[in-house]
Design a binder for this molecule. Structure first.
Ligand code: ES4
Ligand code: ZN
Length: 319
């Protein structure tokens, strides 16, 4: 039995497996520039974040209807459940769809057709986190937040993703202020490829309560001390870090050092269709390659619930 866990860093568009991509392409009459799933998989040799993002956005062309988003989410939930995921806080990228003429209602309604029945169908509770593309303008992010108003009862929070370097958190100060005023929870990708300063800025300027990746905090001991003191959760994605070359090898991943430093680390899958595995696969990988004992793995699983937006006993978290 896999350890029960919560998944806190998961892009639903990054769960699009090659087989489903071709199925949806056929259903929607979309032509993909790959002959078959084998040829597509061969394109999954990434140099860095941008080389991945290029393919990630390209494949989204097959997602057109509510049913497509429903099928995508159901496929993810079934796989996640089989690997012990009991709760998933799921990112989606509205601007990547609206830019292609797929409106926000189609995306949210489609995802909801799966998420609304997920507890009964998969035994997985869910929340949605709407991400802004940081390589698009702050105005576009603000328009996206405005457009989401009719769906806010289905959206728990906002996040920030896509190409990090050159797009510091401060660019989105006003959008995050507006999101907070609407009662939305706040997270942001920071310190994946970007410098530790982006992590500090995400905390101080955007008011995030959880940092996605946060890997590069290890370059700044004072920042590590702060993250420990303030119990700021980090949503790490070990297989993603290897595939996007944020670390040289899995064996060189700083997760053990981060746990030893007292950081509230969680293990997640990011874009599992592209990076070689779902949440349980990421747990298995760190178990096999980082020499973490059962106690550490249980700590990671426990952290995932503590770091989630589920209601929980604040005292447990403060300890
Ligand atoms: C992402 Cl790994 C990663 N980093 C930043 N943005 C993303 N969007 C989807 N996956
Ligand atoms: Zn991510």
């Amino acid at each position: 039995m896999p350890l029960p866990k919560a998944e806190l860093h998961l892009h639903i568009e990054g769960t699009l497996e090659p087989e489903l991509a071709f199925e949806l392409a056929a259903r929607n009459g979309v032509k993909l520039p790959y002959a078959d799933t084998g040829e597509l998989r061969a394109a999954y040799a990434f140099q860095d974040l941008q080389s991945f993002l290029n393919l990630y956005y390209e494949l989204m062309a097959v997602l057109r209807t509510e049913r497509d988003f429903e099928d995508l989410a159901n496929a993810y939930l079934a796989r996640a459940a089989a690997q012990g995921v009991r709760h998933a806080e799921i990112f989606f990228d509205p601007q990547a769809h609206t830019a292609r003429g797929v409106d926000l209602g189609t995306v949210v309604e489609g995802l909801w057709r799966a998420l609304g029945h997920s507890e009964q169908n998969h035994g997985v509770s869910t929340q949605l986190i709407m991400c802004f593309l940081r390589d698009e303008s702050a105005e576009s992010a603000m328009e996206t937040l405005e457009a989401a108003r009719p769906y806010l009862d289905r959206i728990t929070g906002v996040g920030l993703d896509s190409a990090e370097v050159g797009h510091p958190p401060v660019k989105f100060r006003e959008v995050y202020e507006a999101a907070a005023a609407l009662g939305l929870r706040r997270v942001a990708h920071a310190g994946e490829e970007g410098p530790p300063e982006y992590i500090t800025e995400a905390l101080d300027v955007l008011g995030v309560e959880r940092v996605d990746h946060g890997l590069r905090c290890m370059e700044d001991p004072a920042l590590v001390e702060r993250l420990v003191r303030e119990r700021i959760p980090l949503t790490l994605c070990p297989l993603s870090n290897v595939r996007l070359r944020a670390v040289d090898t899995l064996e060189a991943h700083p997760l053990p050092a981060m746990l030893d430093a007292g950081l509230l680390c969680t293990v997640n899958s990011d874009d599992p269709a592209y990076f070689g595995g779902y949440a349980g696969d990421n747990f298995d990988a760190v178990r096999a390659s980082l020499g973490l004992g059962e106690e550490r793995l249980r700590e990671l699983a426990r952290n995932s619930f503590l770091a989630s937006f589920l209601e929980h006993d604040e005292e447990r978290r403060a300890r």
